[in-house]
Design a protein around this ligand. Structure first.
Ligand code: DAH
Length: 340
């Protein structure tokens, strides 16, 4: 009988010391497992002397029930405690409204590119895509720049490990591709795309940037058509009041060659910095397609004439939104991108 009392006491003390479920289960095995002490005490009933047997049996059964209930109570407490701990560690309020899915948007360069497409589409231009990896022949030679021509210095070039294969430095080689495909039909296309130059990266120049080239070829295409097209474009993109200024320039693939400026609103606080005090901003190079280039494209310069132009998309976008650092275009900074 005194053994039973000690057993009960010991089991209760140990139970109170079980602070995690695993310890509790070990306790259960120790007392109620196949070879557990409580079961052993119950089995022992048969060997207790007859006169003590009834009292012993009642006591052993009472202990069994008390301990079983104590075990279940303790288990419930520990489960409750574990649940509370996990709820406070990872509070989850299922009544909160869900987080909105972040919506993407078009990159500012893509937005402006699409505006340019639509302005030129209204004037009957088609979009013609050509390769970004070019050969020296198409990027330079067929555009009237033989090897060692000093004008090549205008384009710092990325060469590949395959001799003569380069990353295009401008979209102008696309002129050769479209002419050779369309000849002898008239042409009215824009050629958008990425260009690459081996240059130091600064606020104004990047090693990759987009250009939009234009090419028109036909029987009576004149400089007046070029001026009208460019003026219409500039006013659609930058505002109907824009003045367009044309200066003479030099490009090997056009003759005569021009550079096109637009005036900048004087009340814009950025005007002085952007125009370096002149009030004029350069937006593109252009000219009448050189007879050598026409011939390289398959067109007879006696029967055909054409104009071409080329502009930097990043530059145009920077002007339109007074963006002061070209590196923003590839910086992936959401604070910048979300403004557009
Ligand atoms: N390809 C020239 C450049 O990257 C831009 C250019 C100038 C293109 C005059 C033209 C053009 O088509 O006629 O600097």
């Amino acid at each position: 009988m005194s053994d039973l009392a000690t057993l009960e006491q010991r089991a209760k003390t140990e139970l109170a010391g079980c602070n995690i479920e695993a310890a509790l289960r070990a306790w259960n095995t120790k007392y109620f497992g196949k070879t557990g002490e409580v079961l052993a005490a119950l089995k022992a009933i048969g060997s207790v002397p007859h006169e003590q047997r009834k009292a012993y049996g009642q006591d052993a059964n009472r202990i069994k029930e008390t301990l079983t209930r104590a075990y279940e109570d303790r288990l419930a407490v520990l489960k409750e405690r574990a649940l509370n701990a996990s709820l406070t560690a990872n509070p989850l309020d299922v009544t909160l409204p869900g987080r909105p899915v972040q919506r993407g948007r078009l990159h500012v360069a893509t937005q402006i590119m699409r505006q340019i497409y639509s302005v030129f589409a209204d004037m009957g231009f088609q979009v013609y895509r050509t390769r970004e990896v070019e050969d020296d022949l198409t990027n330079f030679e067929l555009l009237n720049m033989p090897p060692h021509h000093p004008a090549r210095d205008m384009w710092d070039t990325f060469h590949t490990t395959t001799p003569g294969v380069i990353l295009r430095t401008h979209t102008s080689p696309g002129q050769i591709h479209v002419m050779r495909e369309c000849c002898p039909d008239p042409i009215r296309v824009i050629l958008p795309g990425m260009c690459y130059r081996y240059e130091a990266i600064t606020t104004r120049s990047e090693i990759q940037f987009q250009q939009v080239e234009g090419l028109v070829i036909g029987a009576h295409v004149t400089m007046a058509d070029l001026k009208g097209t460019i003026t219409a474009f500039a006013r659609r993109l930058f505002g109907q009041e824009r003045q367009v200024r044309i200066r003479s320039s030099y490009f090997p693939f056009t003759e005569p060659s021009i550079e096109v400026d637009i005036d900048w609103p004087k009340d814009d606080p950025n005007a002085d910095r952007l125009t370096k005090g002149t009030g004029w901003l350069e937006i593109m190079g252009a000219g009448m397609v050189h007879p050598v280039v026409l011939r390289n494209g398959g067109y007879d310069p006696v029967k055909f004439s054409g104009f071409a132009f080329g502009m930097g998309l990043q530059r145009i976008t920077m002007l339109k939104y007074a963006i002061d650092d070209i590196r923003q275009f590839w910086g992936n900074d959401l604070r910048f991108l979300r403004q557009f």
